[in-house]
Design a protein around this ligand. Structure first.
Ligand SMILES: *Cc1c(COP(=O)(O)O)cnc(C)c1O
Length: 431
């Protein structure tokens, strides 16, 4: 039996959001290098996804590999309880340098969803330490923050898993998501719904949580920076901690190192993940102000109640440090700008296509929002036949390519999207 045995996979292995009764065959990838994924049949396909926003410098990067090998010879892991180590200290120094000076205290966690859990626990414990019981979070509709329970509870209530787990999720507050689009006119009434909810409920609100500028899995919407700015002002006036979820957008994807920079704001708590290790290891970071950290530490239990087994994993930290170095060395701003220019040039004309509802580009993110729900199985097969890896969801075809992609390969990605729109059977068109 070879290990490209997709029948075994179909029968025994869960994939993200998959069925064990009627699964879609997964494509066996046997290796990956730079922007290419190599399939078991020998075919190389161009990666348009960066493995869900993470592999920003492509695959099998020799510098990242070297960092991992060097660290593996020292130690792969050591508990973080009562022990510290150079890769974690170096990483936290790096993160402090990259983020605003107010963000000083770092919790290293093991995945994006866990970072969200930790950030919400921080806000909860912050109020508890001040002598308040505040359990409610305020967020906006169309958000996505991960798949664990607390994270799910602040995801969009309609577009996520709320109805499945309904009675099991704590109830939070959802303001209307902003209508003002990035780069378009600011509609000042946009903030009204958020303001009204905050004004009425501030006494029970522990924290405000949202994705900055780009709402990812909740619809790939890009909203106006003024909205985020207004949220910051309102959070200040009610003295409620603002949690910014940069797990998808962090490390340059939107054209800024962090998307909150578009609004010139500073979060109270910042969550980072996905691309933090360049797509090599799972790691996330939650960075808070010293004020929040100190209040928590002076509270009833005198500490933050979280401590994963693999906290601050040395392999993940050491590769994250190199990832940050490569960003600078590769001039990520230029890389992302060039991708943005080409995406605008290639994708924006699709706005007039009969199957397309809207096209938008920001940084190294290109989105073609279709009028119809997409048949993922069929379109995926087509994309692979075209030599590209693009994985749409719902009615959205989007790409978030590695920053190192060249013009010709990016063209292959966008051409495949353009071609795919010609096939009616890739879409559930209601006639
Ligand atoms: C992916 C994502 C998460 C969850 O991260 P995981 O590592 O998948 O748990 C949280 N927030 C945002 C904005 C994300 O894109």
């Amino acid at each position: 039996m070879n290990n490209y045995d997709t029948n075994f996979d179909l029968k025994h292995i869960w994939h993200p959001y998959s069925s064990m009764c009627n699964p879609i065959t997964a494509y066996p990838v046997i290796s990956a290098k730079k922007i290419y994924l190599k399939l078991s049949n020998g075919k190389r396909i161009i990666d348009g996804m960066s493995s869900w926003w993470s592999a920003i410098h492509g695959y099998n990067n020799p510098i990242l590999n070297r960092a991992l090998k060097k660290q593996i010879n020292k130690m792969s892991h050591v508990m973080f309880g009562g022990i510290t180590h150079p890769p974690a200290i170096a990483l936290c120094k790096n993160l402090i340098l990259l983020t605003p000076k107010e963000l000083e205290c770092i919790f290293l966690a093991d995945s994006g969803s866990v970072a969200i859990e930790v950030s919400m626990k921080m806000a909860f414990q912050y109020w508890q330490s001040l002598g308040f019981v505040k359990k409610v979070f305020l967020t906006i509709k169309n958000g996505y923050h991960g798949d664990t329970f607390a994270a799910m509870s602040v995801c969009d209530p309609k577009k996520s898993m709320h109805n499945i787990y309904n009675n099991w999720l704590p109830k939070h507050l959802f303001a209307k998501s902003p209508k003002s689009k990035f780069g378009k006119k600011w509609l000042s009434e946009d903030i009204n719904s958020f303001y009204a909810l905050l004004k009425e409920n501030h006494k029970i609100i522990a924290g405000i949580i949202l994705e900055p500028i780009v709402q990812g899995v909740g619809g790939m919407n890009f909203y106006h920076p003024n909205y985020l700015y207004e949220v910051r002002l309102l959070a200040n006036s009610y003295k409620i901690p603002l949690i910014i979820d940069e797990i998808a957008t962090g490390f340059g994807r939107t054209g800024k190192l962090f998307a909150y920079e578009y609004a010139n704001i500073v979060p109270d708590i910042l969550c980072l993940g996905k691309s933090i290790t360049g797509g090599t290891m799972t790691l996330s970071a939650v960075i808070s102000t010293r004020h929040i950290a100190e209040v928590i530490s002076q509270g009833i239990c005198k500490c933050l109640m979280h401590g994963p087994t693999f906290m601050g994993n040395p392999l993940a930290c050491s590769v994250a440090n190199e990832n940050i170095k490569i960003l600078k060395k590769n001039h990520w701003q230029k890389q992302v700008k060039n991708i943005e220019k080409q995406l605008i040039y290639s994708l924006l004309p699709l706005n007039s296509h009969e199957k397309v509802y809207d096209v938008r580009v920001l940084g190294a993110i290109g989105v073609v929002e279709c009028k119809y729900i997409i048949n993922i199985k069929k379109i995926q097969k087509f994309f692979v036949s075209q030599g590209v890896w693009i994985r749409p969801f719902k009615n959205l075809i989007y790409i978030t390519p590695p920053y190192i992609i060249d013009k010709k390969s990016l063209k292959k990605l966008t051409n495949a999207i353009i071609l795919s729109l010609n096939y009616n059977d890739f879409f559930y068109i209601n006639l």
